[in-house]
Design a protein around this ligand. Structure first.
Ligand SMILES: Nc1ncnc2c1ncn2[C@@H]1O[C@H](COP(=O)(O)OP(=O)(O)OP(=O)(O)O)[C@@H](O)[C@H]1O
Length: 588
């Protein structure tokens, strides 16, 4: 573990304050209110000492009992007045803190999500599904706790501590010094246990996030989990993560418990010792009863405040870790935002001597010295065995990844000079596994061009052969497709994806043909829709069907990151090479 850096809590505090200060209209008045209520809470021991201490001293000085009672009546009225005022202010400051804290947090949440959406693709390719969102959400929970609970507590207890100490010193500086003798022991205990507690709480956070990842993975792939009857396997996987979480939590709890027991013992031990010492002072005339009472009452108050500091400190340490991770995430460079944004693509594209490896697997040369050109409107089929690099070509066209050598160009312009947004807005992809969002059919089609009118959406659906099946649904275009589109058939999902692409009206179309067979009617509808979609656009198809490759203007045969053959279906068949083999073994 790296040595704790004392500047880190300060810099993360400053960072969080930045967010809170954006809500200053609510936050600052709440802070002032908090300060006021903390100061007012010191009035409680102050008045209490008048009720407990003064009568004894007054009786000792032969003051008439009626006068003492009259003074006590006045004190209690004042006390109730102050308590009422404190309660009223507290009512507003609690709401104010929640409002400003949650608003600041919402800002942070949306900053994080906006940033996350703009991170380069390799970042996501290196993440385990679900790990990132779990991490972020558990970090945000810690930050939330701090904003809503710890910051108010810190301010409140600091005020009580400082104010209480002032009163203690005024009551008896001698007794104060006796009491303060115990402080170094408490500080040492905080340093010793605090570090351990922090280490275990971080480990607990990590294992809980792992457990969350298991849920996410299982739910995402629930169909596979069930089909392979792997429920028990997943349960065990989850149980293992939970066991690990429990193990570190218990270890952390042991340290925390030891720490708290020690603090409680030290705290009450000190008070007992001071009471004993004070009684001796009182007996010897070294202190008045009022001052002694004041001392004890304020000590209990200060002690109670001091007792909350270990919790506050451990929360601040956790928050430092959490904010550091969030800040690291926010500091990652987003995708490039530069480049020509005006360009209207004609649809020509070329790869020139492109080489590529995924940063997560630098030992695998995925594409090597790849060159090919496609002219506007051409229909090109990519075929080849699994893992040959066809999907990677799509990924480079979309600018998800950049080549390590060579160049991708569009209309003879290097891709790197074109804005990613412009480029992607003129390319559409119809993936193999169509992912729909959990909204309505209309929203899912509109995804191709946000803001499209109902007529445009319907026209796209008609062209995609989707309108008829949509019309038979009781709620038509407003039908909810279920999570990930599970309420629709594979062919229906594909046609919605095609409608989406038609609406996007791209110059270049990337199509990853489904390997799973559809029934012949569904296939006919999908193929018809695809043909309409490809009409007049440059289309690259990762082909799995013979009918698709037959219709292609050109076929590129991939093997181990290279194009080993290229030509039309008939040309390639006569070559007696890889393509012929693929066709004969029905791989296309
Ligand atoms: N995100 C990734 N990180 C690391 N390696 C990857 C990644 N995606 C793909 N690869 C590797 O790159 C190589 C090419 O994969 P690619 O998906 O491009 O092949 P493909 O020809 O499209 O295969 P398929 O037809 O099975 O989809 C494979 O060895 C694969 O393991």
């Amino acid at each position: 573990m790296s040595a704790p850096n004392p500047r880190k809590p300060i810099s993360s505090f400053r960072w969080i304050s930045g967010y809170l200060l954006k809500e200053k209209a609510v936050f600052i008045p709440s802070l002032i209110a908090l300060f006021l209520t903390a100061v007012l809470s010191l009035a409680f021991p102050f008045f209490l000492k008048d009720l407990i201490g003064n009568p004894t001293d007054a009786l000792n000085h032969q003051v008439a009992p009626e006068l003492i009672v009259a003074k006590a009546n006045k004190t209690i009225l004042l006390m109730i007045g102050v308590l009422a005022l404190q309660a009223i202010i507290a009512f507003f400051r609690v709401q104010g803190f929640i409002r400003s804290g949650e608003s600041a947090l919402n800002r942070l949440r949306s900053d994080l999500f906006n940033h996350l959406l703009r991170l380069p693709m390799p970042y996501f390719q290196e993440q385990r599904a679900g790990a990132l969102s779990n991490r972020v959400s558990s970090d945000l929970t810690i930050v939330r706790d701090t904003l809503i609970n710890t910051v108010p507590q810190l301010v409140r207890h600091t005020v009580i501590l400082v104010g209480g100490l002032v009163f203690i010193f005024i009551s008896s500086w001698k007794l104060s010094l006796v009491m303060l003798g115990s402080v170094p022991i408490v500080v040492l205990a905080i340093a010793f246990f605090g570090r351990k507690v922090r280490r275990y709480s971080k480990a607990a956070q990590d294992s809980l996030a792992d457990a969350g990842t298991v849920i996410e993975e299982s739910v995402q792939g629930i169909a596979d989990v069930k089909a392979f009857t792997n429920e028990d396997f997943e349960s065990k996987r989850y149980q293992t993560s939970l066991d690990r979480f429990l193990e570190v939590t218990i270890r952390g709890a042991q340290n925390r418990a030891a720490f708290l027991s020690f603090i409680i013992f030290a705290l009450f031990g000190t008070i007992a010792f001071v009471a004993w010492y004070g009684t001796r002072m009182y007996a010897n005339g070294g202190i008045s009863w009022t001052n002694f009472a004041a001392f004890i009452l304020f000590s209990i108050f200060v002690g109670a405040s001091l007792g909350t500091f270990p919790e506050i400190i451990s929360q601040i340490q956790q928050t430092t870790g959490a904010t550091e991770r969030l800040r690291e995430l926010l500091a990652l460079d987003p995708e490039r935002g530069d480049g020509n944004a005006e360009l209207q693509l004609e649809g020509a594209l070329a790869f020139e001597n492109v080489a590529f490896r995924y940063s997560s697997r630098p030992d695998v040369q995925v594409l090597r010295d790849l060159s090919f050109g496609v002219s506007p409107g051409q229909r090109v089929a990519l075929v080849g065995p699994s893992g040959a690099g066809k999907s990677t070509v799509f990924s480079l066209i979309l600018g998800f990844n950049s080549p390590e050598a060579g160049m991708v160009s569009f209309d003879q312009k290097p891709a790197a000079e074109i804005s990613l947004n412009t480029l992607r807005s003129q390319i559409a992809i119809v993936p193999q596994e169509v992912l729909l969002f959990g909204g309505s059919i209309r929203e899912n089609i509109e995804y191709g061009r946000p803001g499209a009118t109902a007529e445009e959406i319907e026209a796209a659906a008609r062209q995609a052969n989707a309108h008829d099946f949509i019309a038979t649904l009781p709620e038509g275009y407003d039908t909810l497709v279920g999570p990930r589109g599970t309420k629709l058939s594979g062919g229906q999902r594909q046609r919605l994806a095609i409608a989406r692409a038609i609406l996007a009206d791209p110059s270049i179309l990337l199509l990853d043909e489904a390997t799973s067979a559809l029934d012949s009617e569904s296939e006919r509808l999908v193929n018809e829709a695809l043909n309409r979609l490809m009409e007049g656009r440059t289309s690259l198809v990762i082909a799995h069907r013979l009918s698709t490759v037959r219709d292609a203007d050109r076929i590129l045969v991939f093997s181990q990151g290279e194009i080993v053959e290229s030509g039309t279906h008939d040309e390639l068949l006569t070559q007696n090479g890889t393509y012929r083999l693929l066709v004969e073994t029905q791989l296309v």
